[in-house]
Design a protein around this ligand. Structure first.
Ligand SMILES: [Zn+2]
Length: 495
């Protein structure tokens, strides 16, 4: 360890007045402990005490000191003293995280100083008694701790995924709706990302895939983003939560949200990166696959006709004339369809809020309607091929543009017929709707999501708040991202 720069240095603490001398010991914490529950790579003087005991009847005494109300495994798993992320244990008495089990480790010192004795290795999920330093191995004892593992890292057998109960009890025995729980607002500014996470967690084939990801252990190496998203998904759908909410803290650290202060930016980033991570993970040996559960669930194809135009001044009005040359056809994939409601200047005069139907806005995609993209080009769009099981529609209210935000109410049908915009018949029903409200004083936006729970029941989730929602009044809210589920074909739920 000599010569290595360590984050912190500290005197080895006296061990409860024992005869062990600590004089002359001024060694830093090992910063590179092996990522396991073994300290075997440590120098001899840092090795754990060797007086291993086996589980005894006194285990029950220790188990009684566990305080489940302070346990929270949603945050960064790093030692509260050394800030190291390797070999970290949770003290199950006070909930704090400490590194190592060796005699100079923060966990060991904590056990001595605070008389807190039960620890959980956050990586290997092994339970230990410190400072006696033995692992709990008695099956009967471990069974009593199953609920703690279910909070740290919930896993599901395939058959469980389809039979998750709709309601469960939290630690205070208060019922909550499984899968419809709040998300913590991290740093008071993650509500725009929280609604996207909720939306993604309620796309059924994606939910089933990620809930099975941990259990299947199929040998693929998934990206940190996919692993973290999967863990959050499994927690959000857990019926064994201690509190009826989950924190997306660790996932948000992986999402590049710096410049993306709107849900659309976060959603597209998340779809792209989850998809790319899955494609890479699955195709290490085989021929490159292009699809993932993400693309199979929400990605569609679109035909774009680019037409060159020139503007002419005719009778004082600018008109666009199609040039003879320069019509180009191309096909591309899309994650979401963007429609743009008008920004009405009348609204600012206090007149009635304008309304427009979603079908009118979607005419952009009928293959005939022309969209001006710049002075010299117009586009025609038409959906092509099989339409995806889920369709995401982005109602562009100019949030990113910095100009006036369109307040237009977008009315939408109960069943959305997409056949005018594609090659074939396809009916969709709304299953999620991300909306925002603007605080008239601070001008800040707050985000929430309406989610369909059953055929007749909807809930609104805004960060930690989960409340019932009246579907008949939902269209009055300022819709921004909508998730539509195809209802004319059976959505394939298999991986
Ligand atoms: Zn403690």
């Amino acid at each position: 360890m000599e010569g290595l720069e360590q984050p912190r240095k500290r005197q080895r603490k006296a061990l409860d007045g024992s005869t062990r001398s600590n004089e002359g010991v001024n060694k830093p914490y090992p910063s590179s402990e092996p990522d396991s529950d073994s300290d075997s790579e440590l120098p001899q003087y840092l090795q754990p005490l060797q007086d291993h005991k086996t589980s005894t009847a006194s285990d029950n005494f220790y188990l009684d000191t566990i305080d489940r109300t302070v346990l929270d495994f949603d945050f960064s798993k790093e030692c509260s003293v050394s800030l190291s992320k390797t070999n970290v244990y949770a003290c199950l008495v006070c909930g704090k995280y400490f590194q190592g089990r060796s005699v100079t480790s923060p966990a060991f010192n904590h056990a001595i100083n605070q008389h807190h004795h039960v620890y959980l290795n956050l990586k290997t999920e092994g339970f230990y008694i410190l400072p006696d330093n033995y692992k709990l191995t008695d099956p009967e004892t471990l069974r009593k701790l199953d609920d703690i593992i279910a909070v740290l890292n919930p896993t599901y057998k395939l058959e469980e995924i389809d039979t998750i109960p709709q309601q469960a009890l939290d630690l205070k025995r208060i019922p909550y709706d499984v899968g419809y729980v709040g998300l913590n607002n991290v740093s008071s500014s993650s509500d725009y990302a929280n609604v996207v996470i909720q939306l993604m967690c309620h796309i059924d084939p994606i939910r089933r895939f990620y809930m099975a990801l941990n259990y299947s252990d199929d040998g693929h190496s998934y990206s940190p983003l996919n692993a973290e998203f999967g863990l959050l998904m499994r927690k959000l759908w857990s019926n064994k939560l201690y509190k009826p909410h989950v924190s997306p803290h660790e996932l948000l650290k992986l999402i590049s949200v710096k410049q993306q202060q709107s849900p659309k930016g976060v959603l597209v980033w998340l779809l792209n990166h989850l998809h790319m991570g899955l494609v890479k993970a699955i195709d290490t040996n085989k021929k490159q696959k292009k699809s993932s559960i993400i693309s199979k669930s929400v990605q569609g194809s679109i035909k774009i006709t680019r037409i060159a135009v020139e503007s002419k001044d005719i009778n004082g009005k600018t008109q666009f004339i199609t040039k003879d040359s320069g019509t180009v056809h191309s096909k591309t994939k899309f994650w979401l369809l963007t429609v743009k409601p008008p920004t009405s200047p009348l609204f600012s005069l206090g007149l009635k809020v304008p309304e427009v139907s979603l079908e009118t806005l979607l005419e952009k995609y009928n293959g005939v309607c022309q969209t001006h993209v710049n002075e010299t080009e117009v586009h025609q769009y038409k959906l092509t091929g099989h339409l995806p099981p889920y369709m995401i529609i982005h109602i562009d209210r100019n949030l990113e543009g910095g100009g006036d935000i369109s307040p237009t109410v977008v009315k939408y049908p109960r069943v959305l017929d997409m056949s005018p915009y594609g090659d074939s018949r396809a009916n969709y029903a709304l299953v999620a709707n991300i909306v925002f409200k603007i605080n008239p004083e601070t001008k800040t936006r707050s985000w929430m999501i309406h989610l369909q729970k059953t055929s007749t029941e909807w809930v609104t989730i805004q960060d930690l708040q989960v409340r019932k929602c009246e579907p008949e009044l939902m269209f009055l809210d300022t819709s921004y991202l909508q998730l539509w589920k195809r209802i004319d074909v059976t959505v394939n739920n298999n991986k």
